[in-house]
Design a protein around this ligand. Structure first.
Ligand code: MG
Length: 382
């Protein structure tokens, strides 16, 4: 479809011209550099277009396989400053190009005269319609990018985080033939943590191949709800522990609360919630069922709620992982700003696609490396 057709003004009409917003406070405080002067007559404008992500390899999980991911790229502009956002819609999450387009077209952000009122703006966006988590995340990410650029600082600095504390990120190896697994393991050589997709009868065979090729690199395992028997799952947890596995993600169907709590009580490895976990209120009911949560911006509705999730999970003494969908470097880099706060990171979604539009965070020697770029920290590729 013609990209121009999708450059839709989403009703994010003019900010009130009379609204005096002093966006230079950061500069005046002295420590911040190169904050952008934003005129009081600025207007906020949302535009977006669909952008199908092409996967480098077919993505095989316990429940399905695919070679593309639907995605919508978002731009939020205020007085010449452009913030980038993104909604990635893996089919199992229930959103689509149509649903995200409809949601973004329904927004009326013209009622807000101060783009720094993040809490009010995002509460409004969340209340426009239920669900639509990826659509909401696209606005949240673009708003953060815009505000960080206006302040002239990357978000990890605005949050006061030390980029040196960013963790290693895992590299994902899907369920596949032995030949493809071997190829993926060769690609994984710079990484310090390998994430293995499980849930079919080849689980042990796949782990054996990886351990043979990379004996010293720790593993983590993602079952994507694929294990069907709790006794087998417990045996696998012990077997995996002996092979250097550090956690197991979403072993059972997301509705299997009792079975998951049973496994968690006995497992030598932490059990992390992914598909079962979406929004902030889920954390409290998962205390005692899972040891930790996998936060993804496309589930959390973006950075604002993700930061709150980390705070609540820490208060409940739960582990925190930050993950992603297949996404461009836009959403992946946005999430990476939070990574100094988490135990585990799985931010390789941008590496799984062949048509990234951005450059952003990099992985150096297996570790997430945040750069000093204002906003969420991305630049459009030429
Ligand atoms: Mg997962």
């Amino acid at each position: 479809m013609d990209r121009r057709k999708f450059l839709v003004g989403a009703g994010m009409s003019m900010l009130a011209a009379a609204a005096p917003v002093d966006l230079l406070a950061a500069t005046k405080r002295g420590g911040m550099r190169s904050a952008r002067r934003v005129h009081k007559t600025g207007k906020l404008k949302l535009s977006f277009f669909p952008y199908e992500l092409k996967l480098r390899h077919a993505f095989n999980l316990a429940r399905y396989s695919r070679t593309t991911t639907p995605d919508i790229q978002v731009q939020l502009e205020y007085d010449g400053v452009v913030g980038y956002g993104e909604a990635s819609m893996p089919p199992y999450l229930g959103e689509s190009v149509e649903s995200v387009t409809k949601f973004l077209n329904s927004l009326d952000l013209g009622q807000f005269n101060d783009p720094f009122r993040i809490e009010d703006i995002l509460s409004y966006v969340d209340g426009v319609a239920p669900c639509n988590r990826a659509a909401k995340a696209s606005v949240d990410i673009a708003l953060h990018d815009l505000l960080g650029k206006i302040m002239g600082q990357p978000w990890y600095k605005i949050w006061g985080l030390d980029p040196a504390k960013a963790p290693v990120t895992s590299f994902t190896i899907g369920i596949d033939t032995e030949e493809v697994v071997r190829q993926k393991v060769r690609e994984a050589s710079p990484y310090k943590l390998i994430k293995v997709k499980m849930g079919l009868d080849k689980d042990q065979e796949t782990i054996d191949i990886i351990k043979q090729m990379m004996p010293d690199v720790p593993l983590c395992v993602d079952c994507n709800q694929g294990w069907k028997d709790k006794e087998h799952a417990l045996e696998m947890c012990h077997w995996l522990k002996e092979r250097g596995c550090v956690f197991v993600e979403q072993p059972f169907d997301k509705e299997w609360i009792d079975e998951t709590a049973w496994l968690r009580e006995r497992s030598p490895l932490p059990i992390i919630a992914d598909e079962a976990f979406q929004r902030l209120p889920d954390i409290v009911r998962f205390k005692g069922v899972y040891d930790g949560i996998n936060i993804k911006l496309m589930k959390s509705t973006g950075l604002h709620e993700a930061y709150k999730m980390i705070t609540v999970a820490r208060a409940l003494d739960m582990k925190v992982m930050i993950g992603c969908m297949t996404e461009t470097s836009c959403a992946v880099t946005a999430a990476a700003n939070l990574s100094p706060l988490v135990d585990f990171a799985d931010l390789d979604g941008n590496l799984l696609i062949a048509n990234d539009r951005f450059k952003g965070m990099t992985v150096e020697n297996g570790k997430i490396t945040l750069h000093d770029i204002p906003g969420i920290g991305v630049e459009l590729l030429k």
